[in-house]
Design a protein around this ligand. Structure first.
Ligand code: GLU
Length: 387
């Protein structure tokens, strides 16, 4: 299939689209103006006539910082800047969309909202209701309350989670560069933009380079990570320049060459397994022996206490943990049935000794198969039907 065919196929089934707009698209280097926003909204409004759109926007901190006196450092300062800037940012979107007859809604999320299964589903229902009412949700991280352990980390990650939350068909990440390049285009004259690639292609990792921090957070590395997260849920991503005029029209015409399109594999994780592997933050690590690694990775089995050599971290019953093989590589994630202290006692033990070791009769498995996700392997086409 040619690149144009791949894009045409992706676009043909794209009804619901999440568009992420980075801080560096909306602001000058000094974080001052937001001239680009009305023009982008005009483009979004055109797209919104034929598609459902959800906007994930950065720029609250950038919009607030110039009006905040005092030392410009630390998390509290960032949170304060976001508190000042978020209503300004929203007002701009509201005004701009109103010119095209569209109503917007502010949706502020923290990672903790999505790590709780019930709140995750609530957020999903609210977003669905908004889309049903033809309202454009404008999503941002709730920076004002998000201290480190509650954070998404960056809005690229938030956009991938939002895409899975609303069952989007496509994630569009608009940034200040036209896509993912084979090398840094500012340093290497031979650097070439990737047109279409599989999101999970290993060679992309080196091309994306290390994460960087500027006005917004992230860099190409976080965009690639977001595309991979979306891909695991069956959602394709395109990374393109939000500074280019008419960028959305260019992207939605398969014959034109714009952006980097990162495709998703045909099979994907069920929604719950995607939530375990890509939404929850692991609270600890279980080191497995070779036999247990094999049983879990290729045998489709649950993890039993006997296969665990040691544990790390302070996790509680039901927390998400990493499963690491003897070579130190993470091979799976799952929800653990025992606390860290209990798991340490159970490590290497036979199932029949569980009651004696922890003082009660819990489950035989340390991690039940249903709560376990082998990374990059276990996918299922059942995802759509499951909620
Ligand atoms: N949520 C932050 C803001 O609105 C931006 C985070 C990011 O750019 O990744 O300013």
């Amino acid at each position: 299939m040619s690149d144009a065919d791949v894009k045409a196929a992706l676009l043909a089934r794209a009804r619901r689209i999440v568009v992420k707009i980075g801080s560096n698209v909306l602001t000058d280097a000094d974080g001052g103006s937001a001239r680009r926003l009305p023009a982008l909204v005009r483009e979004l409004a055109v797209l919104g006539r034929t598609h459902e759109i959800v906007v994930v926007t950065s720029g609250a901190v950038a919009a607030g910082r110039s009006r905040l006196a005092g030392a410009r450092r630390g998390l509290e300062w960032r949170q304060a800047a976001a508190a000042v800037g978020q209503p300004t940012l929203m007002a701009r979107y509201e005004r701009a969309f109103a010119r095209h007859g569209r109503v917007v809604a502010q949706v502020l999320l923290t990672h903790a909202d999505l790590a709780d299964r019930r709140r995750y589903l609530n957020a999903r229902h609210t977003l669905r209701a908004l889309l049903g009412a033809r309202v454009v949700p404008i999503v941002n991280e709730n920076d004002t309350v998000a201290v480190e352990e509650l954070q998404f980390g960056d809005n690229d990650n938030l956009s991938a989670m939002t895409a899975t939350l609303v069952d989007a068909d496509l994630l569009v990440i608009l940034t200040d560069v036209p896509g993912l390049f084979t090398a840094d285009p500012q340093r290497d004259r031979n650097a070439r933009r990737i047109g279409v690639a599989a999101a999970d292609a290993p060679e992309l990792t080196a091309m994306a380079g290390p994460a960087r921090r500027g006005v917004g957070t992230g860099g190409m590395a976080t965009k690639l990570a977001a595309a991979r997260k979306a891909a695991a849920a069956g959602i394709g991503t395109v990374i393109a320049s939000g500074r280019q005029r008419g960028v959305l029209a260019a992207l939605f015409d398969p014959a034109r060459d714009a952006g980097t399109w990162l495709t998703a594999p045909a099979d994907r994780l069920t929604r719950r397994k995607h939530w375990i592997a890509h939404v929850l933050k692991p609270a600890g690590t279980l080191h497995l022996d070779a036999g247990a690694e094999r049983a879990v990775v290729s045998g489709g089995r649950s993890l039993l206490p006997s296969g665990v050599r040691r544990t790390e971290g302070e996790f509680a019953v039901g927390d998400c943990v990493r499963l690491v093989g003897p070579d130190g590589r993470e091979v799976a994630r799952g929800l653990v049935s025992y606390s860290a202290a209990e798991t340490a006692k159970l490590a290497g033990a036979h199932t029949r000794d569980i009651e004696r070791l922890v003082g009660y009769k819990g489950s035989d498995e340390l991690i039940h198969r249903d709560d376990l996700v082998v990374l990059d392997q276990e996918r299922s086409s059942r995802a759509r039907s499951e909620s």
